[in-house]
Design a protein around this ligand. Structure first.
Ligand SMILES: [Zn+2]
Length: 264
């Protein structure tokens, strides 16, 4: 594989605060840089995770942070926790609220508490003028309903699946979508069809590391350097060059997250 690609890619969704990276976080980021993944957005998915996310962004020049609480943990997110998330969200290098949303697939929190937390953190995003990073699983209609109620204009639906109707509604509302390495899976033909049809100006790339390693690496830890492989796969699916995918998705990430002062 050539390594001619400049540092032009951005991993828009990873969890480097997770313990899976405790032993070699700096090496993981260095390896990402070597593969042309110049920046990562570390996603807060709990109060503790959001604290660590902000800390990582302070520690590493090429890390930005988001602050949020995953719907799985909605039942454990108290009013005091959301108050602290509000404070954290105003720290430097925090570029979005998320991941937040609804997960009616695993149902680890009651739907009521998921909806309440989602609405209140979307309201926070609106108040602070930050975009929202959305997790939606088996709950697309309600997710869109709450986004509409909260008048959210800047949202990205992460780890986008193969639901074309949901895709159309997201695009109609001006939202972005991001794809992860599950598009490389053997059985993902329907998802690859979606990847082929999404307007390039609304697409971002993400790993969701440590989850969802690409085909050939399944069962192992995912990491931001694999965005390179993801970009190559998107280019292959769309019949274009990896340079074009890198340029477009990086531009999209810079616009959507309003990334300032970065050199890609
Ligand atoms: Zn995630």
């Amino acid at each position: 594989m050539s390594n001619a690609l400049p540092a032009a890619l951005i991993d828009t969704h990873c969890h480097l605060d997770f313990p899976e990276f405790d032993a070699d976080r700096a090496a993981v980021l260095a390896r990402a840089g070597e593969k042309g993944v110049g920046y990562v957005i570390n996603i807060g998915s709990s109060l503790a995770g959001s604290r660590n996310s902000v800390r990582l962004a302070e520690e590493y020049d090429n890390v930005f942070a988001t602050v949020g609480c995953h719907p799985h943990d909605a039942k454990d997110c108290s009013d005091a926790d959301t108050a602290e998330l509000r404070v954290l969200a105003q720290a430097g290098k925090v570029v979005a609220i998320g991941e937040i949303g609804l997960d009616y697939y695993r149902n680890l929190s009651p739907h009521d508490s998921q909806r309440t937390l989602f609405a209140s953190l979307l309201a926070l995003a609106g108040e602070l003028g930050l975009p929202a990073v959305i997790h939606s699983r088996d709950a697309h209609e309600e997710t869109l309903g709450i986004l509409k109620e909260q008048k959210i204009e800047r949202a990205i639906v992460h780890c986008f699946g193969s639901d074309e109707k949901f895709l159309r509604e997201c695009l109609d509302r001006g939202y972005y979508v991001s794809f992860t390495c599950n598009i490389t899976y053997k059985k993902a033909d329907q998802l690859r069809q979606v990847v082929r049809n999404v307007p390039l100006e609304r697409m971002c790339l993400e790993t969701d590391a440590p989850y969802l390693s690409p085909e050939g690496f399944r069962g192992k830890r995912n990491e931001p350097s694999f965005v390179r492989l993801l970009a190559e796969e998107v280019a292959r699916i769309r019949g274009t060059s990896v340079e074009e995918i890198a340029r477009a998705t990086t531009e999209n990430a810079k616009t959507f997250f309003n990334l300032r002062g970065i050199s890609v």
